[in-house]
Unconditional design. Structure first.
Length: 107
């Protein structure tokens, strides 16, 4: 059964708000994952805004959700899986964008 129209519209409005804020709010932007918060570089593309966050090699924990923050305010939460064990650190790219015609937006 398909969700009610008002639920679908609410999702579209939330996505549009996130894209508008990502495009126009200078930040500071950051990403928090497993209790480690790092600055996020905001990169503008033709159809998206990408927040690039580099986590240090000693980044550890079991949290499978990351948080996008703007000026310390929680903006969005996404499932990213547990932080991998690595000696080189982890780069996380958070994409907020428009869908290509007949394709879903990049997540």
């Amino acid at each position: 059964m398909a969700p009610p129209l008002d639920t679908l519209v609410a999702g579209v409005v939330a996505d549009a708000w996130l894209l508008e804020r990502s495009l126009h709010d200078p930040g500071p932007w950051s990403v928090r994952w497993a209790d480690v918060e790092v600055p996020a570089e905001r990169r503008l593309g033709d159809r998206s805004v990408v927040f690039c966050a580099a986590f240090p090699p000693d980044h550890c924990g079991t949290d499978e959700y990351a948080e996008l923050l703007c000026g310390g305010e929680l903006v969005q939460v996404r499932y990213v899986g547990p932080p991998p064990a690595t000696e080189h650190g982890v780069d996380l790219d958070w994409v907020v964008g428009l869908a290509q015609p007949n394709q879903p937006a990049a997540a």
